[in-house]
Design a protein around this ligand. Sequence first.
Ligand code: SF4
Length: 353
Amino acid sequence: MSDEEVTVKAEEVEDLSKQKPTRRIIRPSELPPRTVTLKRPDIIGRLVESKAKKQERYPVYSNWASMMGSPCIRELFHHRVNWKFREMPDPEKQFLFEGGAWIEDKAYRDLQDAGFRIEAQGARFEIKDRKENITGKIDMRLIWERLTIPVEVKGLQMWDAEKLNSVHDFWESSKPWIKKYPCQLLLYMFAHGSEWGFFYVVNKLTMFPNVIWVNLYDHLDYVTERLETAILVNKCIKNPKLLDKQPNKGFNTDPDYCKNCDYFAVCGPPEAYEGAAIENDPEILKLLDTRGANEKAHRAFEQADRILKPKIREREFRCGDWIVTGKKGSRPKMVAHETERNVTWTARIKRIE
Ligand code: SF4
């Protein structure tokens, strides 16, 4: 009997979902018939959709310690005043960010398993003695020799994690978000009078951590300058004209930093500004608009293509209105200083006119 003959529609198959799993080994002849017409759920699509739904912007009532490492006063101002215009990460990136919480939990458990006393996961703090209005949270605290040592956990890509061994390495990073990390930890240390703190940096490839110790007194000038900046941000919120009186009118001088800024659109750095030259070419504008209008469809195309390609590799057939063909090829690959060739398959998918 061929597969075809035993094939039945999913609706016709007995509902096995309530059946208890058996511990007995089942013989192939006892298996229910194949259900090739099963309507498979779009699991990835639904996950992405659910992440997109959860993305929300919240009003910002204080200077966030995690933002205070920004070198741009306008960014700090927009974060408070124009939070509604903040660019949100793609749903795909949301998965990456949420992975950070998992790494933090793992660090907490790993440190406890190693016999360390860890407390106050996610402890909040505020600094407002001189109207700084700074709030934030620290990942956890380690109790050691009667000292309370703040710990900030960061999960980073291998190539970023490997470059970090001191606070200065954070500041010299090419990634704007990594540059901001020391400020958050130092502000917490300042708020709680903790001389020592450390970063627990997890390499996301190996999951192996690195510990980077920080002494508050080595960076007291930096902390003082950040506190003054927070006070200035509060003054600018009351009187936005103050921004124009800042050096370079408060605009950042690093084009790369601006390109990654969540407030680029609302800020609109000046025309002459290298990082944000204004382009008036109508063709480019039309292409950008077309690209934007098709962004969602493009993602759906890529997702289907990714699943489809392995299924049609080295196959030629007709399916519905589609003709699928392909071409075999090869490309070199280096294996232990020897060159081997990888067999490739370039699929061609055409709709029948
Ligand atoms: S776009 Fe540049 S100048 Fe404007 S807020 Fe962002 S970093 Fe600052």
